[in-house]
Structure formats: C-alpha cells, structure tokens
Design a protein around this ligand. Structure first.
Ligand SMILES: *Cc1c(COP(=O)(O)O)cnc(C)c1O
Length: 350
C-alpha cells in the first residue's frame, strides 16, 4: 500500500463547531463554511455531520459547490453562495434552492428577472474591496432590495485575525451604518470575527477554518491526520547528501526514510528542511528537498525502520506546517491533493 491516508476526525470537527457556536453566544446562529470541498476535507461528509450537530446555514463560494452540498443534505438547510448569481447559475440556484448573496446591481437585476420570488441575500463591501455592493450602490438599491425580503445581509472582515487592527472597528461601524434597522438577519464574522466579541456577531456567524482545526481559532481540536507510508529506508555515511540539489548533508552516519508523498500531493516544497515527520510522537526532521512524489526524513534515532510516518496530526498541526512553509493553515488544508484516500473517523450515523 503506497497511498497516503488522510483521516478526518469528524468528532473533533463537531467539537470545534460546538465550541465556535458557544463562542458566538446565545441567540446567534452558527453556520458552517464548506467551500473548496470543506477546505479539502470532503464537503459532503463534513456538511452531513455538521447538519446533524445542528448547523442550519451553509456557505459556499460558487453555485456548483452549493449543488454538491444540496445533494449531500437534501432539502431543508439553507445554502448561501458568496459569488452571488452569476450568468449561467440560474438553473442551479432555482432547482436546488440555493441562496445567492447578491454582490452588485447587475446581480440583483439578474435575480429579480430570472428568479422572481426566489430567496436571495445581499453582500456588502465594508472596506475589503473584494466582493459586495459598495455603500453608494447599496444606498441606491436598499429600498427595492429590502422590499423583496432578503434572507441575510452580510459583509466580510479583512483583518479579523489581528484583534487590535483598527480596520475591524472601522468595518463594524460601516456595516452598522449600512444595515442598522433593516430588519433582516445580519452576518459579519468568520472564525476570526467570532474572537472579536459579541459586537461583531450579529445574527449569524460563518466559521470555516476554525471548524477544520486552524488558526485564528487557537483552541481548535486537530481534524486532519495524514500518515505517509515509508517506501524505503537506507543507511547514509557521514558526508553523503540527500535529495535534489544536495541541500542536506549527513553530519554522521544515519538512516533516511523515504515516504510516498510530495508536493504533487499538496505537501509544499517550501517546508523542506524545516518541518518534521513523526513516528509515534517522535519527531524525524525532513531532510533535503520535498520532491513531487517523495519526502525524505532522518530516522536515525528510531529503534527500527518505521512503516509509516505522520505529517499532520496532534504533534504537528496545519499551522505548524504552514509556518514551516511560510504560509497559512488555509493553504495547507486546501492544497491536500486528490491523491489521498480520505477516511472518516467518528461521526456516527452520517
Ligand atoms: C472563507 C470565508 C469565510 C470563512 O472564513 P474562515 O476564516 O475560514 O472562518 C466566511 N465568509 C466569507 C465571505 C468567506 O469568503
């Protein structure tokens, strides 16, 4: 067996959702962001488990992702689409009962013409300048849009992972100015915003990364466990080099293990010579460059040749790997390739 196995701990996922739900506060509904195949962990299974735990509002990036979630969940839960109503989305939105978060006057017009009476939401830009209606656009449209009864009005924070950043209060103020008294459920906070306190929570929170075990939810339980089979071990003499470019040289005689995964499997090349593989909790430094399908680690200090080595789990989480590779946990998770066999642990009855 030379395929690495990615194990997703569904019970840890549920615990993270419950913790973020408690942190969102009483009377606030906690949704779940399941875009990008639930950050690489498998959207259908993740959505079913979270629905069973009590999530009723799911968020995706594009309509196609929403279609997959609807298929997994059946009728009932609300599925919001951040990209709104794009040309070509009408049938999917209509047939599968998706709720587009309309981002512009063009999208509002398309929605009203193509699917009159169908549920929709509004996304406002409060300063991030990425998606959503500008304040001036909203001022012109608000009356018409509110008369049609949107299900949700939302905006997104640019700097919520930095609690002291002045942008947070600034966006909060703009959001309030645009929406106070509108009588529609409101949502401003993703994982980072939940940590900013009750002022930021409004009616619905939208955590993503925190569910999957990553910062800025510091107390998250690890969800992704990745174990890599060892293909071969070999002895090296002092002065021998390992891997492309000879970037690592043995300072003493030792043992090198080669595992069956590399950057084609989403294990970023930038982490080479910085991260560890683990054998039953014992760190084994990655030595030499990460190649396309293989990684080499120094296992000289282990009692014998290991059958497999872990790269993600309780000993080294997504944020540890992210730091080694100079990126963020989001990128580590979503990079985990399609090559892995995904196994699900826990989540009884889903
Ligand atoms: C991705 C995303 C989220 C979830 O963000 P996390 O930081 O992963 O919690 C929420 N809202 C919007 C608009 C997003 O794009």
């Amino acid at each position: 067996m030379s395929t690495a196995s990615l194990t997703i701990d569904l019970d840890a996922l549920v615990r993270n959702w419950q913790a973020l739900d408690r942190a969102s506060g009483a009377g606030v509904e906690t949704g779940a962001v399941v875009k990008a195949d639930s950050y690489g962990l498998g959207a259908a299974r993740v959505a079913r488990v979270l629905a069973q735990a009590g999530a009723r509002r799911f968020f995706v990036a594009v309509a196609e992702e929403g279609a997959a979630i609807r298929q997994a969940l059946g009728r009932g839960p609300e599925i919001f689409v951040f990209s709104g109503h794009m040309a070509g989305d009408t049938d999917m939105i209509g047939d599968l009962d998706l709720i587009p978060m309309l981002n512009s006057v063009d999208q509002l017009t398309r929605q009203m013409e193509a699917l009159p009476g169908h549920p929709f939401g509004i996304q406002l830009d409060t300063g991030m300048n990425r998606l959503g209606m500008e304040p001036a656009e909203w001022a012109a449209l608000a009356e018409i849009a509110l008369a049609a009864g949107p299900r949700l009005i939302m905006s997104h924070l640019a700097c919520a992972d930095e609690p002291d950043h002045p942008m947070n209060a600034q966006q909060l103020e703009v959001f309030r100015a645009l929406t106070d008294g509108c009588g529609v459920p409101r949502s401003l906070s993703a994982t980072g915003g939940i940590g900013l306190g009750a002022d930021y929570h409004f009616d619905v929170t939208r955590p993503g990364i925190g569910l999957y075990g990553g910062l800025p939810f510091a107390d998250a339980a690890p969800v992704a466990h990745l174990s890599l089979p060892v293909i071969q071990t070999r002895e090296v003499e002092q002065g021998e080099t390992v891997g492309y470019g000879n970037t690592w040289t043995a300072e003493a005689p030792g043992t090198i293990a080669t595992v069956a995964a590399g950057y084609a499997d989403g294990l970023l090349r930038a982490m080479g010579n910085r991260a560890n593989l683990f054998f039953e909790g014992v760190p084994c430094p990655i030595v030499g460059r990460v190649s396309m399908d293989l990684i080499t680690a120094d296992v000289s200090h282990l009692p014998g040749p290991p059958g497999a080595l872990d790269i993600l789990g309780p000993d080294q989480g997504v944020d540890d790997l992210a730091e080694a590779a100079g990126t963020i946990g989001y990128e580590i998770l979503t990079a985990l390739g399609a090559r892995y066999k995904r196994r699900y642990a826990g989540g009884a009855g889903t």
